[in-house]
Design a protein around this ligand. Structure first.
Ligand code: PNS
Length: 163
């Protein structure tokens, strides 16, 4: 038996941004172990493969000893049960996130009432960022250096060169 407090930071991370990274870093200050779980969002079409996303997240979180990055093909709550998670951590950017997040939290609570979902307010500098906006700007050659780490910027440039 251990008293370790375990968190899961789930998302589609297509790709990871400074906004996600901020939430992961702050989760590391509170929890002993933080799983970053790459899951499927059935309403989104992916640009990066799950393997590419794992590599990119691992690359930008290598300074965080508590983090383990794992891809999971299934329900978030099943992943949480497998790793013995105490909490699911999500970032909240603005009121517009609220309705979707409430649905997610309520459904996950219905599936397993022992696992709490907790929200961290996104740093103001990143509250306008989304992976979709980053992809849109990168696609047309716009400046994204303030919103994604250099590794991600390079990966996006490479991806759009291929297309
Ligand atoms: O970064 P996103 O796209 O907002 O993350 C959404 C995600 C991937 C966490 C959500 O779609 C998810 O949990 N997918 C896995 C399947 C699942 O458990 N769906 C929610 C049931 S309420």
């Amino acid at each position: 038996m251990t008293n370790q407090k375990i968190a899961v930071v789930p998302g589609s991370f297509d790709p990871i941004t400074y906004g996600h990274l901020d939430i992961i870093e702050r989760a590391c200050k509170i929890f002993d172990k933080v799983y970053v779980s790459v899951l499927r969002n059935s309403s989104k079409k992916g640009l990066f493969s799950p393997e590419e996303r794992i590599d990119l997240i691992s690359g930008v979180t290598k300074h965080l000893d508590k983090v383990e990055v794992i891809q999971f093909d299934g329900l978030l709550i099943d992943f949480c049960q497998q790793v013995g998670a105490d909490a699911i951590i999500r970032g909240l950017r603005a009121v517009s996130d609220f309705e979707y997040e409430m649905q997610l939290t309520s459904m996950n609570r219905k599936l397993d009432s022992h696992i709490e979902t907790m929200y961290i307010m996104t740093n103001n500098n990143y509250s306008f960022i989304s992976s979709s906006i980053v992809k849109e700007v990168a696609k047309y050659g716009g400046k994204i250096e303030d919103i994604v780490p250099p590794l991600i910027e390079d990966a996006l440039k490479e991806k759009f060169k291929e297309q």
